[in-house]
Design a protein around this ligand. Structure first.
Ligand code: FES
Length: 164
């Protein structure tokens, strides 16, 4: 027999093939867990991108006490007796998106259990400050919201309310 044509490699056993498959699967799962954990903990940097200014509607479209969510712009508009507030829906802890709970009348963050009152102030949880505000102007009876630069605040202050 010609030694050049001889196959010197041993065929892999079924047992070894299964062991290698399990090791490969374990590596993939472990990698997904590590990447997923870091992705969860790492702040998202999507805030402020995309559309910067939008018209939320006419002043008369909002009822006192109502909170309307604009999903694409990640913005809540709250109508108070005295005027309007435009909140960022991005949690100031680690940037998860908060939800408005109409029954309990508070914002809730699904990530670490924080809650915020209807003026965006922290009730419980780890966020270091209230929900950020967006610059809001009333032009020709329309609410114009600028989401380019969130307004960071320490507390609610009546001067933050935009009156028509
Ligand atoms: S992201 Fe942690 S409480 Fe909202």
């Amino acid at each position: 027999m010609d030694p050049k044509t001889m196959n010197t490699e041993k065929p892999i056993s079924r047992r070894k093939l299964i062991v290698y498959a399990w090791i490969g699967a374990a590596v993939v799962v472990t990698g997904e867990l590590i990447v997923g954990s870091f992705a969860f903990l790492w702040p998202k940097k999507t805030q402020g991108k995309g559309e910067k200014v939008f018209v939320a509607g006419k002043v008369g479209d909002f009822k006192v006490g109502e909170i309307i969510y604009f999903r694409k712009e990640k913005t809540f508009i709250k109508k108070l007796e005295e005027g309007f507030l435009a909140f960022s829906a991005v949690c100031p802890h680690l940037n998860c998106i908060v939800n408005w709970n109409e029954m309990l009348k508070k914002f809730e963050c699904p990530c670490h259990g924080a809650t915020f009152d209807p003026r965006g102030q922290v009730l419980v949880g780890p966020p270091p400050r209230p929900l950020d505000l967006y610059k809001l102007r009333i032009i020709d009876e329309k609410l114009v919201v600028d989401t380019a630069s969130p307004i960071i605040r320490k507390n609610f202050d009546p001067s933050q309310v935009v009156t028509g």
